[in-house]
Design a protein. Structure first.
Length: 378
């Protein structure tokens, strides 16, 4: 199949899922065309089946805000026509679904039919999409999509609860490449960070308010009173300066290290003993799945789709949002040498249920269905 993939090319989870999906589809021989405003971060692979089309956003003195959505729709029209695409798959509703709708309607006037699938990832529904400025457009473009998927049952429920959506939503969870995300031997790294055999705790995120990174730091502060431990914070974002300040107030620079954005996050995960995902909203929790695949148990909140991923008592524990006391107690339980190996096994076995080889056919089936329905219409 010839598939156009539209996503945010930056570090966000939706862009990662879209890029990994395209790469995996290309490995299976599908022709994949990424249409984005810059090279997707994880598009680091050469394949004859992978193509990248940049959306050029031209400014003009009249525009206070350059019309990105129009440039994107225009590019989609161009790529569909020149490359003969079979379908468009847009990730994150805003503004990708409405741009795809516009492209589809423009192409109709040129005698070309192109279906589009919209995948809802989270904040496009739970935060930004709900805003009254966007809601009517989000509702319209979801209903106009030829097919809609969401990354968890909870996100599907939320979409029906907050938008007047009549379209059937299919749940296809995030997935993981177990060849890349696996525990690697990095003992020298562990020794450098934990010279006295301390346990290594880790959190990765884009440091937005919704991630509640302050809870990670406060839990760590409680845990280290009982279990010798170090904390690594990976990623970057608006809350980072405040989190650095908080951590310096509580601990020494040696106890909590901020590593910034890392490409090879699996190397850090390989030497970690516990992962935190303390978000107040989280549609799936891809970063937690990456940790589990590297045999790292997870302390998560019960927000959004997290309980669908993290199985309480098996791959880690699920706690109420903001309940740092319970999170600290559960962390201490997992880190006990009598329990740690069992939780590491539990994390890995749970991650295996989201192996890309199992999830990819779900997307391929959907593509075939949408293309067949499109052909049958004419
Ligand atoms: O986590 C973020 O803030 C980034 C965000 C995105 O849309 O790029 O991630 C969302 O999509 C991921 C992939 O489907 C999910 O694993 C994340 O849970 C989801 N984030 C939130 O719902 C906050």
């Amino acid at each position: 199949m010839k598939i156009g993939i539209v996503c945010y090319p930056t570090y966000g989870g939706s862009g990662v899922v879209a890029t990994e999906l395209g790469k995996s589809l290309a490995k299976k021989g599908h022709e994949i065309h990424f249409i984005t405003y810059s090279q997707p971060t994880r598009l680091d692979l050469f394949s004859e089946h992978l193509h990248y089309h940049e959306v050029a956003i031209k400014n003009y003195p009249l525009f206070q805000y350059p019309p990105y959505e129009l440039a994107l729709a225009g590019k989609m029209v161009d790529v569909v026509e020149t490359e003969g695409l079979d379908l468009l798959h847009v990730h994150y509703a805003i503004p990708h679904a409405s741009a795809a709708y516009m492209a589809r309607e423009i192409l109709k006037t040129k005698g070309k039919t192109i279906p589009f699938i919209t995948t809802l990832h989270g904040t496009d529904i739970t935060l930004v999409g709900k805003d009254e400025a966007y809601e009517p457009v989000v509702t319209f473009s979801i209903n106009q999509s030829d097919m809609v998927t969401s990354v968890s049952e909870d996100l599907k429920k939320d979409t029906y609860a907050h938008f007047d959506v009549t379209k059937e939503i299919e749940v296809i969870p995030n997935f993981i490449d177990l060849d890349r995300f696996k525990k690697q031997k990095k003992d020298h790294f562990k020794l450098a960070i934990c010279p006295n055999g301390e346990k290594l705790l880790v959190h990765t995120s884009n440091f937005r308010k919704v991630k509640r990174v302050q809870d990670v730091i406060n839990v760590f502060d409680k845990v280290r009173q009982v279990v010798p431990a170090k904390l690594l914070l990976v990623g970057d974002g608006p809350e980072r300066p405040a989190m650095e300040k908080l951590s310096r107030e509580l601990c020494s620079q040696d106890d909590i290290r901020f590593l910034g954005k890392l490409e090879a996050v699996e190397e850090v995960l390989s030497v970690s003993d516990l992962f935190f995902m303390t978000s107040e909203k989280e549609s799936f929790g891809l970063a937690a799945l990456e940790a589990m695949a590297c045999e790292v148990p997870v302390i998560s909140t019960n927000a959004g789709g997290l309980p669908e991923l993290n199985i309480d008592g098996r791959s880690g524990f699920v706690c109420e949002v903001g309940d740092v006391e319970t999170m600290a107690q559960k962390s201490i339980h997992i880190l006990d040498d009598a329990n740690l190996a069992k939780f590491k096994e539990g994390a890995l076995s749970r991650a295996k249920e989201f192996d890309v080889d199992q999830i990819l056919p779900m997307y391929e089936n959907l593509y075939q269905q949408v293309i067949a329905e499109n052909v049958n219409q004419f």
